[in-house]
Every structure is written in structure tokens, then in C-alpha cells.
Write a new protein. Structure first.
Length: 115
């Protein structure tokens, strides 16, 4: 069974626009929105939008979804460059022991620079 079928997370609802979020960028592949509880002056979350790109965590990556983390990193790089953010942290929390709370793969982009 694919992990897509296991559960609906808060980020599924954000992708479907069922609940509001502060979206700063969107295209066919990715949604970038502000973290509701920011831990840096800029704290964004990047998630894949396509259903076939859904993966709950780095722990659950498969051959089919292995491209997703790289896609998120490339989108973060492009977005930061366009916004003139030249220093930032990119973080994946992996599993409950790694501090992951939402089981919909997401990349944290944090910077001391304001957006
Ligand atoms: P994790 O610890 O799973 O890597 O990070 C999940 C992040 O999602 C946390 O930093 C948390 O503040 C953020 N978050 C949780 N619920 C919501 C929400 O409903 N909206 C937004 N924008 N961020 C959320």
C-alpha cells in the first residue's frame, strides 16, 4: 500500500486550500508557505503538490519519490535567490525521534534575513 493512503495531514489540507496558509510561492510542483510558528525571521516550509510526489518522511522515500527532496531543495535555492536571501538553513526533520511532527515531507527554509 502506498503511504499516500495512510492518512490526511494538515499539509494535505493546506495543499487543497481547505485551510488557509500564508503562501509566498506556488507552481505546479511546489507550495512554499510561512511556518505558523516561526523560529527565524524567515521560516518557510516547502511541500510537493503532486499526489504522486507525496511521501510522509525521508524515512519512507522510495525509488518513485527519491527525486522529491532534491526538487524541494532546488525550489528553495531558486526562491531564495530571487528574494535576495543569500544565507539560510535547509532542514528535514526525520521521524518522531528527529522532531518531525507533520508526516508530509517538508523542507524548512530558515534565514536571519527578512523576506
Ligand atoms: P516538523 O517538526 O514536522 O518538521 O515541522 C512542522 C512545522 O509545521 C512546524 O514548524 C510547525 O510550526 C508547522 N505547522 C504546523 N501546523 C501548521 C499549520 O497549520 N500551518 C502552518 N503554516 N504551519 C504549520
Amino acid at each position: 500500500m502506498k503511504s499516500t493512503m495512510i492518512e490526511d495531514t494538515i499539509f494535505h489540507k493546506i495543499v487543497r486550500k481547505e485551510i488557509p496558509s500564508d503562501i509566498v510561492y506556488e507552481d505546479d510542483e511546489v507550495l512554499i508557505f510561512k511556518d505558523i510558528n516561526p523560529k527565524a525571521p524567515t521560516h518557510l516550509l516547502l511541500i510537493a503538490k503532486k499526489e504522486e510526489d507525496f511521501v510522509s518522511s525521508i524515512i519512507d522515500l522510495t525509488e518513485e519519490t527519491a527525486h522529491v527532496p532534491l526538487m524541494l531543495i532546488r525550489k528553495a535555492q531558486k526562491f531564495a535567490k530571487e528574494k535576495g536571501i543569500d544565507g539560510y538553513k535547509l532542514t528535514f526533520h526525520v521521524g518522531e525521534g528527529g522532531g518531525q511532527l507533520v508526516f508530509y515531507l517538508h523542507l524548512h527554509l530558515m534565514s536571519q534575513q527578512e523576506l
